[in-house]
Design a protein around this ligand. Structure first.
Ligand code: KG4
Ligand code: ZN
Length: 340
């Protein structure tokens, strides 16, 4: 990659995190995220509230990102923003802000696909983190996404499997809700699972052909199981919480690993990069490491702050596109269902 002195501001607002980041060449100078706590009360993201919170957060978040990077906005070479996919009201805030800023500074505007960004986050220069070599498989797992993508080059990607209903993070969060845990329940289930027996309770894995996923049946199975057990013993959840969490996590990870095994078999590619909030899960991390021994995989897990929704991943894509002079026009619009 040719080294030039390029500063890019990345802006992310596709869901419930307002984020801004400055990247200098391939290196992140600042990565600011404002989480929206308001959704916790509702047990999930409320789109109208998310949009309103983005409007309140965007100016201070961008200001902080520039300040932490120790640069003035006039030094920026381009503004990159998430065009989609995501919640329309949320995307519109980042899109309009990025457009106005680029217009005001008279610098290029760069549109970024959020799903590509989760994958290309692996190309941020970060000590101790290797970059995957092409071609590789990327599995993006979060509260909003579950995809397996064949990545042939930076911008040549093919979705080879995805969820037909809930995302894997939702499977964690909705199971947690059934157990009375707070939203988002993924991290808590992970913690409780460490002290439980993963084989204490058995949940049937969904049968979905090929590389697609389904998680809604599992959620229903867990709900019925808990209802039945609680009827017989009102203290069932409290008395078995660690085992229940360990069993749920074991089942979900089993589903992901089965699909990865199939994907590596079908494509012949054994390099696997993961991204999205669920890649923080200790079980999936261990399963990928085990896969290196058992199946000869090479796995890549990015630094945590680049794996949940963030703007550093938007900034790195902005940088890669800047080098290609792949700019957007001022009439570019947000796209809630943007495809890879
Ligand atoms: O990427 P992210 O921050 O936001 C989007 O959904 O795009 O991912 C959040 C999701 C939530 O569903 C959360 O429960 C899940 O990631 N999550 C985890 C863990 N940490 C976060 N799930 C399982 N184990 C974890 N350690
Ligand atoms: Zn995301």
């Amino acid at each position: 990659m040719a080294k030039q002195n390029i500063y890019i501001l990345g802006i992310e607002s596709s869901c419930d995190d307002t984020a801004a980041s400055v990247i200098y060449n391939g290196k992140i100078l600042s990565n600011v995220v404002a989480n929206q706590k308001i959704h916790q009360e509702y047990g999930g993201v409320v789109p109208e509230l998310a949009s309103r919170a983005h409007q309140q957060n965007i100016v201070p978040v961008v200001h902080q990102a520039l300040q932490k990077a120790n640069i003035k906005k006039e030094q920026l070479n381009a503004v990159a923003f998430t065009r989609g996919p995501g919640l329309m009201g949320s995307l519109l805030v980042g899109t309009s802000f990025a457009k106005s800023l680029a217009y005001g500074l008279n610098i290029p505007l760069i549109d970024v696909n959020h799903m590509q960004a989760h994958i290309l986050a692996h190309f941020i220069d970060e000590e101790g983190f290797d970059k995957p070599e092409f071609p590789f498989l990327a599995m993006t797992i979060s509260g909003g996404h579950t995809q397996i993508v064949k990545v042939k080059n930076y911008f040549n990607m093919e979705v080879i499997g995805e969820t037909i209903d809930d995302a894997v993070g939702e499977a964690f969060d909705k199971s947690g809700k059934i157990l009375g845990l707070n939203y988002p329940a993924g991290p808590e289930i992970d913690k409780l699972a460490q002290l439980g027996n993963p084989k204490a309770f058995k949940f049937t894995k969904p049968k979905v052909d090929g590389l697609n996923f389904s998680f809604s049946g599992l959620k229903t199975a867990i709900l019925y199981f808990i209802q039945r057990e609680v009827k017989a013993n009102p203290n069932f959840i409290d008395e078995n919480l660690n085992d229940i969490c360990a069993s749920i996590q074991y089942t979900i990870i089993g589903i992901l690993i089965d699909k990865l095994k199939l994907a590596t078999k079908q494509t012949g590619i054994k390099q696997i990069a993961i991204g999205g909030g669920v890649s923080a899960n200790s079980g999936i991390r261990q399963a990928l490491k085990d896969g290196e021994q058992k199946y000869g995989w090479k796995s890549y897990i990015p630094k945590f702050e680049f794996t949940t929704d963030n703007a550093a991943m938007i900034a790195i894509v902005g940088y890669l596109k800047y080098l290609d002079k792949d700019f957007a026009e001022q009439d570019v619009t947000a796209s809630a269902r943007l495809k890879i």
